[in-house]
Design a protein around this ligand. Sequence first.
Ligand code: GDP
Ligand code: MG
Length: 371
Amino acid sequence: PEEMTVGELAARLHLTASEVIKRLMTLGVMASISDTIDYDTAAMVAMEIGAKVEKEVVVTIEDRLFQVENEDDDSTLVERPPIVVVMGHVDHGKTSLLDAIRNTNVTEGEAGGITQHIGAYQVMVNDRPVTFLDTPGHAAFTSMRARGAQVTDIAVIVVAADDGIMPQTVEAINHAKAAGVSIIVAINKMDKPHANPDKVMQELTEYELVPEAWGGDVPCMPVSAKTGNGIPDLLEMIQLVADTSELKANPDRMARGTVIEAKLDKGRGPVATILVQTGTLHAGDAVIAGSTFGRVRVMLNDRGERVEEAGPSTPVEITGLDDVPEAGDVLNAVEDERLAKELVEQRKHEQKEAQFSAYEKVTLDNLFSHI
Ligand code: GDP
Ligand code: MG
């Protein structure tokens, strides 16, 4: 449209009509609330106050959380464990490999006793922890990435030595590349008579993954999830790659993490697995996660043991949220529960507004766009 009324302009700019009328007067235009004004005049008024309007309208939840969060000074950063995802074609051995890795740490007495599944677990490699996402397949990885959650540092791409690169292997390679994470290839099923690791490595080069053994930068580790052969070497390689990446976080601040999985438990209410990414999460902390909030009631580690705190790269299962968050939701610890509630209310409000597309930044570009 070429024109609008003074009243419409005022509404659009979140001003009272008399404020707009005053501004028009300073521009030499005398108009009342129901008078129409042309685009140029409206734009002049909008331009004059444009900056102010944007500021008022768009103090989003992210802005507010950012203020809560602050930047971390380099001096506060300390080494954190790598977070690893296992991907690959169906039946190439993702689940078996994750099980085999988990079992490397199980001591005699515990054998078979650890069946706790919280969506992520840690194993010790040379006395230093490595965190694995226990949800094989790309679905979790991609849905989390689609939601903006960058959780992992290293992708282990499993390729069966008797099968070679298959469509979902290619998908996994593409996802890992797009996410910018380090890639390690586990050439699995080496125990099989028809295992052909050279063929796998040859095929990898077709996807610009050149094995280290051939002068490239992609570690290719022969393993058997069935016999356990090669698993310790794979774990050491993961740690080596992590070391060169210098993964760091500040443990001395309020926690931020990502929801790995969540469900409603009949007895315990909403239960969520959180992978803490920075800061330390404590039992009792007030938190928001997506559009849920609460206070961390009980916190369990990946062995089902109760813990009071969880630092960077540590997966924990928490109760105490008022509702079930979604995988990929970001969790933030905040000052107190009152603020948590307020932030979640604002977030819900923003989501609702966005849903009905009634919420728009007022800019010169869209000032006239949908009247
Ligand atoms: P996923 O679909 O990638 O999770 O694959 P699974 O872990 O479910 O494994 C698919 C099949 O391959 C199962 O029958 C496993 O027992 C078998 N398998 C996995 N790893 C190995 C291995 O290293 N050697 C042999 N011989 N079989 C394996
Ligand atoms: Mg599986």
